[in-house]
Design a protein around this ligand. Structure first.
Ligand SMILES: Cc1cc2nc3c(=O)[nH]c(=O)nc-3n(C[C@H](O)[C@H](O)[C@H](O)COP(=O)(O)OP(=O)(O)OC[C@H]3O[C@@H](n4cnc5c(N)ncnc54)[C@H](O)[C@@H]3O)c2cc1C
Length: 389
């Protein structure tokens, strides 16, 4: 007897990737279920990012041109489809005598960013430097301005999930994926909802569990091949104050990494760090040395000296990066879609990725699994679909 599929697509995780896949799947006409262990969508990494919808100017240094182009294309779409959720803000890059990247390097980077869809840049005349939120003027050689976008990452995630629900997706919050029996024709999935164990059948299983990605794969029989990854935590601190002129893109004096000082919620958000993490993803919090590092960067560039006791709040999220020998800062930030075709051809895992390119990632996932699913009638095109506010 053939098994009846209750769902075409089942997604583990309602972070931005789970929400994006659910939106793409329902838009393509597939019957879709989302399982999320927390009571709110976007409670993990997707509420702890730097909250930027951007191409990632710094990825040009590592020649990740495809990633920058894709993210800038998605930025343009989000500005059109979700103007209440995603807004352009000015970014300022002060260049000092001591900074590693000089004015010519920055100008070349911004030219390339413009070509890839960044929307142009300019040099702020010296006569206006005094107006720039008290940023250090000693040794200042040039200040560049360009535009990128900010969003509330968790609100965006919830809007994308709501869009999926409007198209027919079923979402179970407070629901933990427990195990799956993966076959050649589909998967039998078991989960816990309200303390009750339930089973469903699905055509394909999408593992969008973020930093839990390999833990989710360990619950599948037969055991799929997993990628070797590092979890790298990035922390932010929120301090009192206001920034009138936008986001400051600074070079940390300690190690020359890019650190952002951003206006956020009538305060100032500073981030981020890169610290290897080995514990349970649910327990990640900023550590003392990260807080010191971020305060040092801020106090170096801005005249108002802020102490730890003034920090309003702090948070940390986990990047999922493929294990490589290169330094963390230089590792690829491309999203990896992984299927163990031999053992589990109907299980696809999403490793890493960007908030900014969630829609493109959802569309790529659907292109990869479409041949495994029955023909359905398309309901919408996510490239032009407005997000609910
Ligand atoms: C510090 C930092 C800053 C960043 N800044 C930016 C930025 O400014 N712009 C940008 O574009 N990108 C940024 N990123 C990248 C972006 O935030 C992430 O790629 C994205 O949020 C990851 O989303 P996700 O859905 O894969 O993971 P998550 O948001 O972590 O979602 C995974 C979900 O799966 C659920 N889950 C896991 N296991 C189970 C289970 N067994 N059962 C049910 N549910 C389960 C979890 O509860 C969670 O909700 C940043 C990342 C970090 C770490």
């Amino acid at each position: 007897m053939p098994v009846t599929m209750e769902y075409d697509v089942t997604v583990i995780g309602a972070g931005i990737h789970g929400a994006g896949v659910a939106q793409a799947a329902t838009a393509a006409g597939y019957k879709t279920l989302v399982l999320e262990q927390y009571l709110q969508a976007g409670s993990a990494t997707s509420s702890r990012s730097s909250k930027l919808i951007h191409g990632g100017l710094r990825y040009l240094e590592t020649a990740q041109f495809g990633l920058v182009w894709e993210c800038l294309t998605e930025r343009r779409r989000l500005l059109r489809n979700a103007p209440d959720l995603v807004q352009l803000v000015p970014f300022l890059i002060p260049v000092y005598k001591h900074t590693h990247r000089g004015p010519i390097t920055i100008a070349l980077g911004l030219m390339l960013y413009t070509i890839l869809g960044g929307g142009g840049f300019k040099r702020i005349p010296k006569s206006q430097w005094g107006e720039l939120d008290g940023v250090m003027s000693e040794g200042l050689k040039a200040v560049f301005q360009y535009y990128d976008a900010q969003t509330d990452d968790q609100v965006l995630t919830q809007a994308v999930l709501q869009s999926a629900q409007q198209l027919g997706a079923e979402v179970k919050l407070g629901c933990e994926f427990h195990s799956a029996q993966a076959g050649v024709n589909g998967c039998e999935v078991e989960f816990q909802h309200d303390g009750v164990s339930q089973k469903i059948n699905t055509g394909v299983l999408i593992n969008a569990a973020g930093p839990w990605v390999n833990r989710a794969l360990e619950k599948i029989d037969p055991l799929p091949r997993r990628l070797d990854i590092d979890l790298v935590q990035g922390s932010h601190i929120l301090i009192p104050g206001t920034l009138e002129h936008g986001v400051y893109y600074l070079e940390a004096p300690q190690d020359h990494r890019a650190v952002l000082v951003m206006p956020w919620d009538d305060a100032i958000l500073i981030g981020t760090t890169e610290t290897r993490y080995q514990g349970d993803p649910a327990d990640v919090i900023p550590i003392e040395s990260e807080i010191d590092y971020l305060l040092e960067v801020y106090n170096y560039y801005f005249s108002a000296a802020v102490t730890e006791s003034q920090i309003i709040s702090s948070f940390a999220g986990l990047r999922v990066l493929k294990r490589e020998h290169s330094r963390i800062f230089h590792r690829s930030r491309e999203t990896i879609l992984h299927i163990d075709k031999k053992n589990c051809p109907r299980v696809l895992s999403i490793y890493g990725g960007k908030l900014s390119s969630y829609r493109a990632t959802g569309a790529k996932v659907i292109r990869q699994i479409a041949h495994l699913l029955p023909e359905r009638t398309r309901k919408a095109d996510t490239r032009t679909l407005p997000l609910p506010t």
